[in-house]
Design a protein around this ligand. Structure first.
Ligand code: SAH
Ligand code: SF4
Ligand code: F3S
Length: 375
């Protein structure tokens, strides 16, 4: 059987997708190559969140032209730019959106017979996608609780490449957690673009007498906490607009939920936050942080974007002030990158490159000093 290798760009969700897919392929009898060398089949699982991420995946793929038997571009960039890639990179055999990944074993068989695949549809993945036992790590695992996003932050391509918010059923999530425990993995990270959007309405079809009851994220955490053998629960990402005190209270009282919160604020300027459609103000955010420190007393991390259209020096300094004030353990700081399909794409990308770079560097330096305890 041929050897398959998946190169992953992008977020933890993408990494889990690569893992699940490798598991499916292993069950089909493929060998998993431990590195690029020696692989007959290479799938590039791509990210579209910034132009830079796309460029890296494209040049990686181009470097493999005529070097492997089957080459695929899968994931978010396949969804965003599949047609264009099919035209410009005719040597790519499989182009597959995130929603169609469970069908890749079939696409690979067809590629072996010389047929190319362009599968770009959105939709709900079959539950079986998550069922195999292959794991990258021995002591921790990621479990997807929802796919897609319906928040439509104006800069963000995720809702367009991953589709609208779709929830996995609580019983499916729980059975995957239990499976990890059976595999000897007791530390779990729950994944969703915004975990707080989780609101699953139980129906008779869920085999529960609790038809009509809503399982929200806090309730889901309570259910997972009770699973025998679980030792540590983490989750990413939380959106400030619907992170609740109830969540903080559960984090405070739980022996298992890690006291760390990734809470992206993106910008410290209310005007920019509004343009980003984030749904909170700087004051709302700082109040939430106060509540978190008072109730949970844990650590924090965040994401920030500099150079969003129309960002002035004053707006930027407000962002800087939040980093100085909150003292995040770590922060991911990004330069704004215009993305197709998004609302902000129609705005002029008017912060000059040099200014974006200067602001980026300034925040990176500041955060480095904070993270290393020098400020
Ligand atoms: N769902 C998560 C993560 C989304 S993508 C959340 O809402 O927090 C991860 C990060 O990439 C975002 O938090 C944002 O800071 C950054 N990002 C998203 N789109 C971007 C863009 N067009 N330009 C620059 N950074 C972007
Ligand atoms: Fe993108 Fe906003 Fe959804 Fe996060 S919450 S994935 S930033 S649209
Ligand atoms: Fe993740 Fe990038 Fe897609 S951040 S959801 S891999 S666009």
């Amino acid at each position: 059987m041929p050897k398959v290798y998946i190169k992953t760009f992008g977020c933890q969700m993408n990494r889990r997708d690569s893992e699940a897919l490798l598991g499916l392929l292993q069950e089909e009898g493929y060998f998993l190559a431990s590195s690029l060398q020696g692989a007959d089949i290479v799938l590039v699982n791509t990210c579209s969140v910034r132009q830079h991420a796309e460029n890296r995946a494209l040049s990686f793929t181009a470097s493999l032209k005529n070097k492997v038997k089957i080459l695929g571009i899968i994931g978010c960039m396949a969804k965003a730019r599949g047609e264009e890639i099919a035209q410009k990179m005719p040597y790519v055999d499989i182009i597959c959106s995130p929603a169609k990944m469970a069908e890749i074993p079939r696409f690979l068989k067809e590629a072996g017979e010389g047929k190319k695949t362009l599968a770009l549809e959105d939709g709900t993945r079959p539950e079986e996608f998550y069922h195999s036992s292959f794991r990258f790590e021995k002591d921790r695992a990621q479990v997807v609780i929802s796919t897609g996003c319906s928040n439509y932050c104006t800069y963000c391509i995720v809702p367009y490449v991953r589709g609208p918010l779709r929830l996995r059923r609580p019983q499916d999530i729980i059975s995957e957690v239990k499976k990890n425990i059976d595999l000897g993995i007791r530390r779990i990270t729950l994944l969703g673009q915004n975990v707080n959007d989780y609101q699953y309405k139980l129906s008779a079809g869920d085999g529960s007498a609790l038809g009509g009851q809503i399982i929200d994220f806090v309730e889901l955490l309570r259910m997972i906490e009770k699973i025998e053998g679980i030792e540590e629960i983490n989750f990413v990402t939380s959106h400030p607009k619907n992170t609740s005190r109830e969540l903080f209270e559960l984090m405070a009282s739980s022996q298992k939920i890690k006291k760390h919160l990734h809470l992206p604020f993106q910008s410290g300027s209310d005007r920019i936050l509004k343009l980003m459609n984030r749904g909170y103000t700087k004051q709302d955010y700082l109040k939430l942080i106060d509540d978190y420190y008072c109730i949970v007393g844990g650590t924090l991390s965040t994401d920030v974007i500099v150079g969003f259209p129309t960002e002035t020096k004053k707006d930027f300094l407000e962002t800087k002030k939040i980093l100085e004030k909150v003292h995040f353990r770590y922060a991911y700081i990004f330069k704004y990158s215009p993305r197709p399909y998004t609302k902000a794409f129609s705005l002029k990308d008017d912060v000059p490159k040099e200014i974006k770079e200067k602001r980026h560097r300034e925040l990176l330096d500041l955060q480095k000093r904070i993270s290393t305890g020098k400020v």
